[in-house]
Write a protein that binds this ligand. Structure first.
Ligand code: NAD
Length: 352
């Protein structure tokens, strides 16, 4: 057997339906009693409900979380936390809100709890992406690991099926890249495979019946597993491409992951045999990349970067940015190959 190093997680995880009712107990278990609740402007209703659950343990609500964690918004949230004399943070939302919670926790040292409402997985990672003057930087910082994550399936029932589909593919992308990670380990491999199995079953079921609570629970379970992998092992070409497309071309996060994933699977297939075999178990088909492409199309995910607002003229620049800083990938990455991959993804062609 190959030698390995595994890093364990410190975050407490509570999972189930109706688990938000126990949030006050989780705040108190951290020795805290004045929570600032964070959300996006679109999720104020869920934040209000959390405020009611917390009752006297709430110090206030900050409802301006935004995509890509703009530093200016973080500054306002830090001011709000200080003005309210908050002693902990509760993020209610997806990756944008949890990103804000991490950024505020980093600057204030406050403990951070989250109720995730998408499948992005940020709650399980030490990764913080922030934007300042249009430039997005990403860091891995143990200080931003959350103290407590309360997964409540009920909070995901309002996620529209088409958003659930792309957010689920975002989670599947974490799992796929964990299967061939440079610093991968047996636990990450098992976890990633289980995440793929769960999401492969749950996402089509949610599309068939958005009120299927068992499918919603299975998807959230898969998202937790995938997020755990993202938090413990390093990512490769897929995440680099999506980072460039999101950061420099402002493409929407989950949708971009959904379009790019089959193309990177095709590119890495010759260099990642065990990973491809595991993807094939979750998504049977003649080849893993084709199976991912068909699966994504089958749950209504977008197929073309041009439909997400990517200009054709940006393909060459994006390829340059992807190869510029150099990073590990199971198959060596060359600019022309990345340009071809991006051109196919831009046009919505099948992976090759
Ligand atoms: P998001 O948090 O921006 O949410 C997308 C939209 O859906 C928002 O308008 C939100 O208000 C709404 N929404 C969320 N949950 C809902 C629900 N249950 N019902 C109805 N509406 C809901 O999107 P996301 O894809 O979760 O996160 C994307 C962001 O997270 C990006 O900035 C990305 O870089 C970051 N991210 C970070 C990490 C990390 O480890 N640091 C991991 C994944 C994503």
């Amino acid at each position: 057997m190959k030698s390995f190093v595994h890093r364990g997680q410190i975050t407490k995880v509570v999972f189930g339906s109706g688990t938000r009712a126990g949030l006050g107990g989780e705040v108190e278990a951290l020795g805290r009693g004045r929570a600032l609740v964070l959300c996006t402007p679109g999720q104020t209703a869920q934040a209000r409900e959390v405020r009611e659950i917390l009752g006297s343990l709430t110090a206030g609500v900050f409802d301006q979380a935004a995509a890509h964690t703009p530093v200016a918004v973080t500054g306002k949230a830090v001011d709000a936390a200080r003005a309210a004399d908050a002693d902990c943070l509760v993020s209610v939302g997806g990756g944008s809100t949890i990103g804000l919670g991490k950024a505020v926790a980093l600057r204030t040292g406050l403990p951070h709890l989250a109720l995730p409402t998408t499948y992005a997985g940020s709650e399980m990672t030490p990764i913080l992406g922030e934007t300042q003057e249009g430039v997005k930087t990403t860091r891995r910082l143990p200080e931003v690991l959350l103290d407590t994550v309360v997964y409540d399936v009920d909070l995901t029932l309002t996620l529209p099926p088409h958003v659930a589909a792309v957010s689920g593919l975002n989670a599947m992308a974490h799992a796929v890249e964990s299967l061939y990670a440079q610093d991968g380990d047996p636990l990450a491999f098992l976890t990633a495979g289980e995440a793929l199995d769960a999401l492969a079953v749950a996402l089509p079921a949610i599309l068939r019946d958005p009120a299927d609570t068992e499918a919603r629970a299975t998807a959230l379970y898969g998202a937790w597993l995938a997020g755990t992998c993202l938090g413990t092992v390093g990512m490769a070409l897929h995440h680099k491409v999506c980072h460039v497309l999101g950061g420099s071309f402002d493409l929407p996060h989950a949708q971009t992951h959904a379009v790019v994933l089959p193309h990177v699977v095709a590119y890495n297939a010759p260099a990642a045999e065990a990973a491809m075999a595991r993807i094939g178990r979750a998504l049977p088909g003649p080849d893993p990349a084709g199976a991912v492409f068909d699966f994504a199309g089958g749950i209504g995910a977008p197929r073309a970067l041009r439909d997400l607002g990517m200009p054709e003229s940006g393909i060459a620049e994006a390829a340059d940015l992807v190869v510029r800083d150099g990073y590990w990938n199971p198959r060596p990455v060359h600019r022309d190959a990345v340009r071809d991959l991006l051109r196919r993804a831009w046009a919505g062609e099948p992976p090759a």
